[in-house]
Write a protein that binds this ligand. Structure first.
Ligand code: NAD
Ligand code: IPM
Ligand code: MN
Length: 358
């Protein structure tokens, strides 16, 4: 098999975690006799500096032609005051839209090796394993009209029926293969668009009577994720609520540096960590590469049906944590403090150990 991957390292720690991910990816592909073909392009601030735009047509074309896209992160202090359409983040949003990546999957799972180093209590975390289905190409992120002038600023939160239907359907389908529970999160007590969302989700639910559906307000959901995360199986929600809830869920795993994601449409797929470019630690070889490496595992599973490769990467991450290796963001006294590169080497080493054990 041959797989064609578009690589977009981006800004800040993006290139560092991408280097880690590519090293792992190449190693795993070789073990599984999979030929790889890569194209690498600038995106975000890096692209703005070189070409005066955060996303060139060439980069977009490379993504459209690839079997899967890997993205590090975009953004940084130096580009914060650019006009909206030139900001690094605008590149990511346009890419999601152009590739029609309407389903963003963000799993939040507790690593046992790790349960004592989270900021939440071990007994609260035990057994937590849920996944956020975030709508990614609609809602307030893309709604028109939008803008601001000297006296006011405005955005529009709008959803079309088909947009809610297709993400809800995917959430119910996945729930069927899991614990058969979907929580739809909205703000229907205040927003009409949320009332609409709730009614459409209920309509879609009719085809999935074996799955339990609960509705929850977003403010309560934020609290419940911290109070009792074990109650959730699949959370389905709109673009902005999903953005916020998935960062909260990041703390379930102990650090944002642990949380991978997959963005899927009908034709295209993009894999990226949930975290951003972390400019505060960029260039120091101390970023946690696990979110990016776990995103590669999701790529093998979702884009190439290479489930064994994906499982082995996940188990290698777990084993490396069990052996006490920690980057600075998850370090506690008694652990072995390692750099981005050392963490990556350990994960690859443990991948080989597990691969040969089988
Ligand atoms: P951030 O996720 O970059 O960082 C938040 C905190 O988490 C920081 O203290 C950072 O050091 C830490 N952190 C994040 N990833 C880490 C990792 N892998 N290892 C260790 N620590 C890690 O969020 P922010 O500071 O709000 O945003 C910084 C920039 O990133 C902004 O320009 C923002 O727009 C952008 N951003 C991009 C993406 C993306 O590309 N998908 C996502 C979120 C934020
Ligand atoms: C994310 C990020 C992005 C978002 C930004 C950088 C546009 O926070 O991927 O979670 O809000 O979707
Ligand atoms: Mn976010």
């Amino acid at each position: 098999m041959q797989i064609k991957i578009a690589v977009l390292p981006g800004d800040g720690i993006g290139p560092e975690v991408m280097r880690a991910a590519l090293k792992t990816l190449k190693h795993v592909a070789e073990k599984f006799q999979t030929e790889t073909q890569f194209s690498e392009n600038l995106i975000g601030g890096a692209s703005f500096e070189e070409f005066g735009t955060p996303l060139t047509e060439e980069t977009l074309k490379a993504c459209l032609e690839a079997d899967a896209v890997l993205l590090g992160a975009v953004g940084g202090y130096e580009w914060e005051n650019l006009p909206h359409h030139l900001k690094p983040e605008a590149a990511l949003l346009r890419l999601r839209k152009e590739l029609a990546l309407f389903t963003n999957i963000r799993p939040a799972k507790v690593y046992n090796a790790f349960i004592d180093s989270s900021s939440l209590k071990a007994e609260v975390l035990k057994g937590t394993d849920f996944v956020v289905f975030r709508e990614l190409t609609g809602g307030i992120y893309f709604g028109e009209p939008r803008g601001y002038d000297a006296n006011q600023g405005w955005n529009t939160m709008i959803y079309q029926r088909y947009e809610v239907e297709r993400i809800a359907r995917r959430a119910f389908e996945i729930a069927r293969q899991r614990k058969k529970r979907v929580t739809s999160v909205d703000k229907a007590n205040v927003l009409e668009v949320s009332q609409f969302w709730r009614e459409v989700v209920a309509d879609v639910h009719k085809a999935f009577p074996d799955v339990e559906l609960t509705n929850m307000y977003v403010d309560n959901a934020a609290m419940q994720i911290v109070r009792d995360p074990g109650q959730f199986d699949v959370i389905v929600t709109s673009n902005m609520f999903g953005d916020i809830l998935s960062d909260i869920a990041g703390m379930i795993t102990g650090s944002l540096g642990m949380l991978p994601s997959a963005s899927l449409g009908e034709k295209h797929a993009l894999y990226e960590p949930v975290h951003g470019s972390a400019p505060d630690i960029a260039g120091q070889n101390k970023a946690n590469p696990i979110a990016m490496i776990a995103s590669v595992a999701m790529m093998f599973a979702y884009s190439f049906q290479m489930t064994r490769a994906a499982e082995l990467i996940e188990r290698a991450i777990e084993k490396t944590l069990e052996l006490g290796y920690r980057t600075a963001d998850i370090y506690q006294a008694g652990n072995k403090l390692v750099s981005t590169d050392e963490m990556t080497e350990q994960i690859i080493y443990n991948f080989d150990v597990l691969y040969h054990e089988e």
